[in-house]
Design a protein around this ligand. Structure first.
Ligand SMILES: *Cc1c(COP(=O)(O)O)cnc(C)c1O
Length: 357
């Protein structure tokens, strides 16, 4: 990341809000760091790049973002490592995925140099907002949307890109395991749709499913394929793994699953740990049969926010299946320790995943 003076103006807050923040009690995504980066693209030309205090933005009511969901986001993390550095985890994967989503929404590419320069400057400015390794991490949220104000049904010619950060706590609570149930009423993604991308609309359109699952006493839903309703795709906003007969299994990326950076990293780390893993389709029927045969050992979700989230109960074909208790030797636990160890710099970054500030 660049160390020279930024190529854009920086307006600092007159008074930091940091003193009022309790790093030991951080609700996810509610406390935002002092500054944000903003840039605009008009007719393919990027301009108005600046860092300014985090706060409201001006957008016309008729903007494409508000009217047609011409909007996307990304999410990744920076951790404090033992020498005191800030280490960003695989920002290149998120940068690339952001531009794949942009292309899917007919939005222009965000320039690479601008992205990394903005990220470097913003993190340097608000570095103190990073919780300690025992407390959590700094979550980085790029947001990119159409600001063109016309009801013409296209993505328009005007766009705004924002980069903001927020300190987040450790999601993991020892002993806490998720309960997840399948839904046949709602479908998250279908071939040719946007399931493999990260448009904001993917979230808005699935919130009712998680809300209904919660009212029924579950933490979230397991998404099934939209054709046969039998193949597991994801859970909530996480990718999914099962451990069946000692093999870690995750559904393959066939266009309806979001290619998670955590999922991709987990596959590499499972291999490193010598745990057999397979990318292949998993049906609800296979899971029920494995549970009955006693070979369904574990299930876990994975994503940036939660890293690895173990599952304790599954709702499959109208049955409630309790998964066996798991300890420190579970695949989920070993994977999480390895991933977090690399992210926080206590385990060697042997794959070159960290970008250090
Ligand atoms: C963002 C997201 C994930 C997780 O992706 P990571 O890159 O690991 O954070 C998984 N599923 C869906 C639907 C998502 O939107």
């Amino acid at each position: 990341m660049p160390v020279s003076a930024p190529a854009f103006p920086v307006t600092r807050v007159s008074r930091s809000r940091l003193d009022a923040v309790d790093f030991n009690h951080l609700p996810f995504g509610e406390v935002w760091s002092d500054h944000m980066f903003s840039a605009r693209c008009s007719h393919g030309e990027w301009a108005d790049a600046e860092i300014l205090p985090y706060g409201p933005i001006r957008i016309l009511p008729s903007s494409k973002a508000l009217q047609y969901s011409v909007a996307l986001f990304e999410g990744f993390k920076a951790h404090r490592t033992p020498p005191g550095d800030l280490a960003v985890f695989r920002p290149d994967r998120n940068y690339e995925r952001m531009n794949r989503t942009a292309a899917r929404l007919a939005m222009p590419t965000v320039p690479e140099s601008m992205f990394y320069e903005a990220l470097g400057e913003l993190l340097r400015l608000d570095e103190a907002w990073t919780p300690g390794p025992e407390q959590g991490s700094l979550y980085i949220r790029p947001s990119y949307f159409g600001t063109g104000a016309s009801l013409a049904v296209d993505s328009g010619t005007e766009f705004q890109f924002l980069l903001m950060t927020c300190p987040v706590g450790l999601y993991f609570q020892p002993g806490k395991r998720l309960s997840l149930t399948t839904t046949r009423k709602y479908v998250r993604a279908f071939k040719g749709g946007t399931g493999a991308f990260k448009p904001a609309g993917n979230y808005g359109s699935t919130l009712v499913a998680s809300a209904e699952a919660r009212s029924a006493g579950w933490d979230n839903v397991i998404w099934l394929d939209g054709y046969e309703g039998r193949w597991v795709e994801e859970c909530g906003v996480m990718n999914m793994f099962f451990v069946i007969g000692g093999v870690a299994v995750t559904p393959p990326l066939e266009g309806t699953i979001l290619p998670g950076v955590t999922r991709e990293s987990a596959l590499v780390l499972l291999d490193d740990l010598g745990i057999p893993c397979e990318e292949r389709r998993v049906s609800v029927g296979e899971l029920v049969a494995a549970a009955d045969a006693g070979t369904l050992q574990e299930a876990f979700g994975c994503g940036t926010a939660a890293t690895i989230a173990p599952v304790g109960k599954l709702g499959l074909e109208g049955r409630e299946i309790e998964l066996p208790p798991t300890g420190d030797d579970s695949v989920a636990h070993r994977l999480r320790s390895e991933l977090l160890g690399i992210q926080t710099g206590t385990i060697e970054d042997r794959h070159g995943w960290l970008v250090t500030l």
